[in-house]
Design a protein around this ligand. Structure first.
Ligand code: GLN
Length: 203
């Protein structure tokens, strides 16, 4: 008898922010979405998404619910991680203007709300060669500005001024924009493909 391979389980940190849109995107790419509020929700996850929202609120809730260490352990097992907007801030090794990093899993520096008041929110078509020729429509909402990318990380896309807006380091992906707010699922598909390539994580 053959058994169906189990669908990859992709968690979304569900403390605050645009959780629902990421859950829908995960479903769209054929993986099983899991809402993560407590450390026990991380058991058996194959990947984790940190959504957009308010990074200061998420930072506090991560502390209160004791999620920091278990999420770092999950990352150490090689589970891919995707942080979007506030999620990028949580993943960054360095935050301009003094905030302590939260997970420090990707070698870059961000400035919160760094696009400034006039560009509070904007949309832009982004060239992301790893996703193919078709540009990806990026929605930026009070987005972090990436002010530096260190030698360990790779820039996947830049804005019109040359600032990095999508960065990857190993199995950690971070975007300044919100890929979950459009119907384009290529970034979520890339995240799931990264699971499938990490040996031993698929059943
Ligand atoms: N400005 C928010 C922060 O600093 C991020 C905004 C977003 O995630 N859309 O946390």
């Amino acid at each position: 008898m053959t058994t169906e391979p189990r669908r990859p389980r992709v968690g979304v940190l569900a403390l605050q922010g645009d959780v629902r849109e990421h859950l829908a995107a995960i479903r769209d790419v054929g993986a099983e979405p899991v809402e993560v509020r407590l450390p026990r929700d991380l058991v058996d996850l194959d990947a984790l998404i940190m959504p957009g929202g308010e990074s200061t609120t998420m930072r506090k809730l991560i502390e209160i619910y004791g999620l920091r260490e278990p999420i770092l352990s999950l990352a150490r097992t090689g589970a891919p991680m995707l942080g979007t907007c506030a999620g990028m801030i949580l993943l960054a090794e360095r935050i301009a203007d003094g905030d302590e990093p939260v997970f420090a899993l990707i070698d870059l520096e961000v400035r919160r709300n760094g696009y400034g008041r006039q560009l509070d929110s904007f949309e832009a078509d982004l060239d992301i060669p790893v996703l193919g020729d078709e540009p990806l429509h990026g929605v930026f909402i009070r987005a972090p500005l990436v002010t530096d990318v260190g030698p360990n990380a790779e820039v996947l896309a830049r804005d019109a001024n040359g600032a990095p807006v999508a960065v990857r380091q190993g199995r950690v992906l971070a975007t300044a924009f919100h890929p979950e707010l459009t119907g384009d699922r290529r970034l979520h598909r890339l995240l799931v493909a990264m699971i499938e390539r990490s040996a031993g994580r698929t059943a």
